[in-house]
Write a protein that binds this ligand. Structure first.
Ligand code: GUN
Length: 299
């Protein structure tokens, strides 16, 4: 029997841990965790994500602050807001929603966030800590951190002897995901669009993680029987079977056929997606515990 991971349920259990850790921190130290989310412009999809993040932060018991800046905000104005949030002791986590409007450079903004408040895990200090295996010192970016929760719940914390293949080499996902799997003792291959015979490489994977942005690219004969398959892709495709002009979300994995070969698989939607916000909350409470000189909870 194949297990289809219920990402919503796993995310809910992470959120429960965050909520109780938030209460404990406030009771024992008087510190309330604070998350600031910054959005520039009026892209509706970004606003939907940001509202969900702010709402979840409130539900966790955090001080939840949202800064909505007009589309014509200058680089200097945005930098000044980040500097203000860096200096604000009530704020433990800062997230600047991406993408920024075209006239703004995101990289200097992201790199200006204090690493200890970089709950997105995008600062080079945090990326470097992940790359060097210093997982208890920095903040891990949310999507790979969420995918690793699934890996740990399937295989435990020690992946010795297991082959892992990550398809995708982005700084946002592929590289940190490979580093996290390696830190857990897996034998890791980072595959990408230039990899020779990708199907054969993937068939070797006990843990196969797909993050390529190509709808349903991973087929059943790419999957090793009994593998854990984690689908990080979110692709909107035409769905004429649902009516004219209708669309649906699919992952990078051809779910129905791969589910017959895998032993554990994540669906799209409802797999990795819900974990991203949950891990943002996890990073915020971790940052708040550290700032208060306390041992943070583990996820
Ligand atoms: N836009 C889409 N996903 C993300 C994310 O994880 N972090 C930020 N900052 N922006 C995003």
């Amino acid at each position: 029997m194949t297990t289809v991971i219920d990402g919503k349920a796993v995310a809910a259990s992470v959120i429960e841990t965050v909520k109780s850790a938030t209460q404990t921190l406030e009771t024992e130290t008087g510190v309330r965790a604070g998350l600031a989310v910054v959005i520039v412009g009026d892209d509706p999809a970004s606003h939907a994500y940001v509202s969900a993040k702010s709402r979840m932060a409130k539900e966790c018991g955090f001080l939840s602050v949202q800064h909505t800046l007009p589309g014509e905000t200058s680089q200097e104005e945005l930098a000044a807001l980040v500097a203000e949030l860096n200096a604000d002791p009530s704020i433990h986590g800062i997230l600047v929603q991406l993408p920024l409007p075209k006239h703004l450079q995101s990289e200097p903004i992201i790199q200006s966030i204090l690493p200890e408040k970089d709950v997105d895990g995008l600062h080079v200090v945090n990326a470097g800590k992940v790359a060097t295996g210093d997982l208890d010192g920095g903040l891990v970016s949310c999507t790979p951190a969420g995918a690793m929760v699934f890996v740990r719940r399937t295989h435990g914390g020690d992946l010795s002897g297991l082959n892992a293949v990550v398809i995708g080499r982005s700084n946002l996902f592929g590289k940190p995901m490979s580093a996290l799997l390696l830190a857990a003792n897996a034998t890791v291959t980072t595959a990408h669009s230039r990899t020779k015979d990708l199907a054969a490489v993937c068939r070797n994977a006990d843990i196969l993680v797909a993050a390529v942005g190509r709808p349903e690219m991973v087929k059943a004969d790419w999957v090793k029987p009994g593998a854990l398959v984690i689908d990080v892709g979110i692709n909107r495709v035409a769905a004429p079977e649902r009516g004219e002009g209708r669309t649906k979300l699919v992952g990078d994995v051809a779910f129905e056929e791969c589910a017959k070969v895998a032993s554990v698989i994540t669906p799209v939607p409802g797999g990795v997606g819900p974990m991203t916000i949950a891990m943002l909350m996890a990073n915020t409470i971790i940052a708040a515990y550290r700032k208060a000189g306390q041992n943070p909870p583990k996820f």
